[in-house]
Design a protein around this ligand. Structure first.
Ligand code: ATP
Length: 258
């Protein structure tokens, strides 16, 4: 959905999907988010960087309804007020979140993990033994291809490498057709090759969906090649290309170092 944004005197239509404005979250008086404003377009990938304690996780918690802000606006697709919805309702809207540690069904095969996610709205136990519809089979194949696990479909998830488990979980989230995917440090603990493949995977996903990636690995962020937002003390410190943000004196001071 497009959102009307007034730039100067001429209103223009921009495809804003996620709009945060003046978000503040206080924990016993300490502001984890301090008047944070940020907007993400439809099918945009954004990298969020910043020092420990900058508020990155708290921002994701606000978007997914885990934490309620004390003040501010959080709109999804121009109309849905995220501050008024619970986590389940927000997930239903199409906001998927991947935490840092992979959570897959270890004892099930790779393809059954995807199948369970396709059918997540039904009871999982009977569905594993029920026939796969041709449409389900087609979707599982497409997802396995996308997450680079087609040749591993029959293996137990527990046998996958750490990187492959991360991809599997991304595939499970994709099975739910999110409009935006929030991903927390996907490259942590991956080999160099897996890290490069993950950057490719996220770029492919971002052709049709928005992706927000929280990341500390600057090589990976460079590889993503997307707009970067640096948070500090709960607000946006700098925003732009990685080159612009990493040349910013304030970012160097609080995060990147000299
Ligand atoms: N439930 C809570 N109660 C009290 N303080 C909290 C709570 N959650 C977060 N904080 C504080 O809010 C600040 C922001 O934390 P947050 O986890 O959002 O930062 P971050 O940017 O994700 O950091 P990191 O890179 O270390 O994950 C930190 O100072 C943290 O200690």
């Amino acid at each position: 959905m497009n959102q009307l944004v007034h730039s100067g005197t001429v209103p223009t239509l921009t495809p804003t999907l996620l709009y945060l404005d003046d978000i503040t979250v206080s924990f016993d008086g300490f502001r984890a988010l301090n008047s944070l404003s940020l907007s993400i377009d439809e099918a945009e990938m954004r990298a969020i960087i910043g020092p420990n304690g900058a508020g990155k996780t708290t921002m994701m918690d606000v978007i997914t309804g885990k934490t309620r802000p004390n003040q501010g606006t959080a709109l999804f697709a121009g109309t849905h007020d995220l501050t008024a919805l619970d986590e389940a309702a927000i997930a239903q809207l199409g906001i998927g979140r991947k935490f840092q540690t992979p959570t897959v069904f270890e004892m099930h095969s790779v393809e059954d993990n995807i199948l369970l996610s396709l059918k997540a709205d039904r009871k999982s136990f009977p569905t594993l033994f029920s026939r796969r519809t041709p449409l389900e089979k087609e979707r599982i194949d497409a997802l396995l291809e996308r997450i680079r696990l087609k040749d591993h479909r029959k293996r137990k998830a527990s046998e996958l490498s750490h990187g492959q488990k991360q991809w599997l979980e991304i595939g499970m989230l994709l099975a739910q057709e999110p409009r935006v995917l929030l991903v927390d440090e996907p490259a942590a603990g991956m080999t160099d090759q897996e890290t490069a493949d993950t950057a490719d995977l996220l770029r492919e996903i971002a052709k049709t969906r928005s992706v927000i990636v929280v990341e500390h690995d600057m090589v990976f962020v460079k590889d993503l090649g997307v707009k970067v937002t640096c948070l500090h003390e709960g607000s946006v410190l700098a925003e732009g290309s990685l080159d612009q943000v990493s040349a910013d004196e304030r970012v160097i001071e609080v995060y990147l170092g000299r």
